[in-house]
Design a protein around this ligand. Sequence first.
Ligand code: F6R
Length: 243
Amino acid sequence: MDIRVYRDYHEMSRAAAQIIADQIRSKPDSVLGLATGSTPEGMYAELVKMYREGKVDFSKATSFNLDEYVGMDPSDPRSYHRFMRVNLFDHVNFAPGKTHVPSGIGDNLDEQAMEYERMIAAAGGIDLQVLGIGMNGHIGFNEPGSPFDSRTRVVDLSEQTVSVNREKTEAESLPTQAVSMGMGTILQSRRIMLLANGAGKAEIVSRAFKGPITTDVPASVLQRHPDVIVILDAPAARLLDSK
Ligand code: F6R
């Protein structure tokens, strides 16, 4: 695996944004898989800056986000739809209808999840998938135990995930279910870039990338993918050499 360590969050965010910009430059109609959460916020800020400076053009690109909470209206401040608008979509030039976030509302979420898979396939599959990593090793909202061949579906969130996310976003309450791309969906991406920052992620980063491949640590399966870049700040990389 290609593990790259940067001095601080700002440096890693810039490096990650550069990788996305290079991807779009080499293939303007790239299909990007995008993540929410605190980790990629700096990367999105850099991408917005680069767009304003004329250094990246999203006009032919397509995006598919990893996940959304069940029952969450896209206008809800806690929703991942809203997160993406505020952090990226409202500030850059994706063409109308080219950005996708799974819907957490509707009469048949299972059918909608399957439709999401069909849309990804119809777009040609994901060229570059951006991931964060949860404190329990989840990628997307694939919690420990998620089968490596799982597809987009409704998932139950662990208590830890709900409480960590509630604390981070200062939300009073959060749903305990989400719609998430599956492990199999993520692994089908041609390239994957996982980001992690902060000392709090050091332990799980080392278990995921230096430990055994196991469904107990979902991100560990990335060791099997032929084209993964892991972008870390120094605190998150702290335990990598000791295992
Ligand atoms: C977000 C997602 C999650 C987060 C993970 C880390 O779309 O799918 O897997 O990447 O929970 O979250 P942060 O970045 O807030 O630590």
